[in-house]
Design a protein. Sequence first.
Length: 303
Amino acid sequence: IIIICPFIYQPTGYLLIIIICPFIYQPTGYLLIIIICPFICMEIQNFLCASIAYLGNDFYFWHMKGKSPGIFYIQTEDGKGNHAPTLETFCKQEGIRFVRVLLEGLEEDGISIREGIITDWLSGCQSVLKEVGLGSQVLVGHGIGGWLMFLLALREPDLVSGLVGLATLPDFPDLLWKGFSKEEKVEIKRKNYHTFERRGIKFRIPISVFPEASKYCILNMPGIEHIKVPVSLVHGEEDDLLGPSVSLELMQRIKAPTSYKVIEGGDHFLNRPEDLKVIIETVNQCLHPDHYDNSELDSDDES
């Protein structure tokens, strides 16, 4: 009970107690467990300083207590790797809050993206940021998570103190659609989906996702230039999912202090030790912009 209960909602916790109670013979034992178990659970959860929540089939988040501003990391399926543990370790060392959102959106076949997923992801991230963030946070997003973090910054500007995009994929479905030939578009409409496959990443995009994504395109969205917090984008030189030029195009629209870094030899996943070092340095810079001079923040030179 002590180990499991912090991760179990109270009704399930009570059910677990009821199952175990037959092994306790004294009536006082029943009463004691029923009274103190919820308090034990809360104390243990506070001791662990972390909690896990599950919001529907496509949305999980982990929360570690600490000072603000902290890190709000938006992680997608293609970002499963060393980013999350590296950022969590950094936040523990700094004593700052860490929230990790994991976005999933596949159907039961394990390959098809669920319809309406972008809208659900965005509203889910917004809810967690408002309820768990507790003050402004530096948003860190990988892949599509980098796209969502810009949308969050536009929706909740008072809760965002900085943006760090890792191999950001802004407007990804829309850019895919624009790159298809007329014949390919006809075939996609006939099948009602497009199968995307590249470097170990494979998923099926239903045709309904393309018009949905077009509602959230930021490369030409009015207002994106009015983001006022520091923005840093990190991209791998060899990212063949969406090249560094798209990040540069996005940076050129932003008037806030910006930092643009292209990592030599880096791919889309940015999981090498040298990639992680650059990521932590960039996050630390965004957390403490006063420690860096303006010329460094405003630089868009490749490094």
